[in-house]
Design a protein around this ligand. Sequence first.
Ligand SMILES: NC(=O)c1ccc[n+]([C@@H]2O[C@H](COP(=O)([O-])OP(=O)(O)OC[C@H]3O[C@@H](n4cnc5c(N)ncnc54)[C@H](OP(=O)(O)O)[C@@H]3O)[C@@H](O)[C@H]2O)c1
Length: 520
Amino acid sequence: MNPVPSPPPLDVEACALAPVAAKAAPSAIVIFGATGDLTHRKIVPALYQLAKQGRLPEETAVFGYARRPKSDLEFRAGLRAALEQVAHVRPVHAEAWEKLAARIWYVQGDLDDPAGYARLRERLASVPGAALLEDRALYYLATAPSFFGVVADHLATAGLAPGNQGGASRRLIVEKPFGEDLASAQELNRALHRAFPEETLFRIDHYLGKETVQNLLYFRFGNSIYEPLWNRRYVDHVQITVAERLGVETRGDYYDATGAARDMLQNHMFQLLSLVAMEPPASLDAHAIHDEKVKVLRSIPTPSSEEILAASVRAQYGAGTIGGRAILPYRREPRVQPSSRTETFVAWKLEVDNWRWSGVPFYLRTGKALARQVTEINIVFRPPPSVLFAAVCGAKLGRNGLRIRIQPNEGIHLQFNAKTPGLPAIQRADLHFRYGEEFARYLPEAYERLLLDALAGDSTLFTRRDEVEEAWRLVDALRAAWKNESRADLPLYEPGSMGPEESDALLARDGREWQPVHYD
Ligand SMILES: NC(=O)c1ccc[n+]([C@@H]2O[C@H](COP(=O)([O-])OP(=O)(O)OC[C@H]3O[C@@H](n4cnc5c(N)ncnc54)[C@H](OP(=O)(O)O)[C@@H]3O)[C@@H](O)[C@H]2O)c1
């Protein structure tokens, strides 16, 4: 049998900002909702990858908590079977899995039953090496948000929350969605804070765990050539696209109650916007970074309903095909209301009203059943002065642009103009940087990085309370404006397109257009 591989070595030229081997201390990881999809598809595969790479402390003990009766062996077998289905994990390394599996246990209980927490407490104290794990726990709430406060309170009653003993080494990870509007997010925060102080709360936005999203900070502040241009003097506008190729699939009921603005804009897209627009932080400390990110959101004044209706587009997908596959119109998807007014596409023009960005529009768009599965940020620079080339070529002279591809095929592309060989003509050219080509190394999955950071108590890549609430302020205003709008039906767009005509018109009114989505 192959030996368990060790963590990837650091490239000789790389400068380490933090210890490369896991900083995480041994801990008990308790997953609430352990028989669910997220546990099987994301959380346990991430733990397995970390264990395989030697990045998870060996004493780590994993406890699954859910209602279904299961033995430890049955639970482990189910996790192993699911692991085999995860593309980036296959084939499962038997020795690495067995080593981790031997430290996985199952506790049966209802999330609202104190007896379950008593069993959990007993189990935590009785597994081999329990003494080492005392006071050190990472609770992962892979459950509906309605249980967040319930679990936090029961953990406190059972003496398993911070404050009883151990302080900040008892931490809680919560999944999205974090509320459905500002009021419910504030209520959730209050409920969680009853037992878990802010520094022990880790709100996941898995986008922040992606290497290319983290690279936004490294790219902007680890170089001196871009930052002088990163402002209203040189940047004409910014585009952020998060496009999904799939429709709502089997999640019609969740999606119909949520919509694109709450599902994607409030969290992932505002996080990307914050990272693109933030000022340099005073340090790489989590607080310093959160402070700068939240300032960006605070610099976006709440627009009036009239302003929002003029600057936003919402739409639903109609009938069509994507890649030869028939797509039902959104309203006829399973578990979607036939009269639904839930948006599957949103585009919104926003302004960050601060010294750096005043007057620079940020165009955001996201939707389902679109042409590509792609997340991309485009920084579009102002045209050169209109002498020489610009005077002759007008709009045919391409804009300088920086295209930051978050996923897939992660990379950065610089667009500039160059002489057409052999002709007195000028045309657009590209400089490409692709992660996969430049660094032939494994790009860790977002959940791997996030779990490791939560175990180490580093909240940099999680969202802070005020960030969440500021983002809700804006999305609430958007949805309130839409709600009061008199139109009967939403515009439709063709599946496999990049959204409705109205989205193109939003930019065309400003003399701009969405950057083409490349197939690289
Ligand atoms: N799946 C994803 O990719 C994903 C991505 C982002 C966010 N999320 C969020 O993460 C959460 C979990 O998602 P999921 O897809 O894993 O959901 P899921 O497949 O429906 O799993 C829900 C889990 O909660 C447990 N549960 C439900 N009610 C319970 C109760 N009263 N007591 C004890 N356990 C209970 C269920 O187990 P029993 O039935 O055995 O009790 C199951 O293990 C949701 O809030 C979802 O929005 C999921």
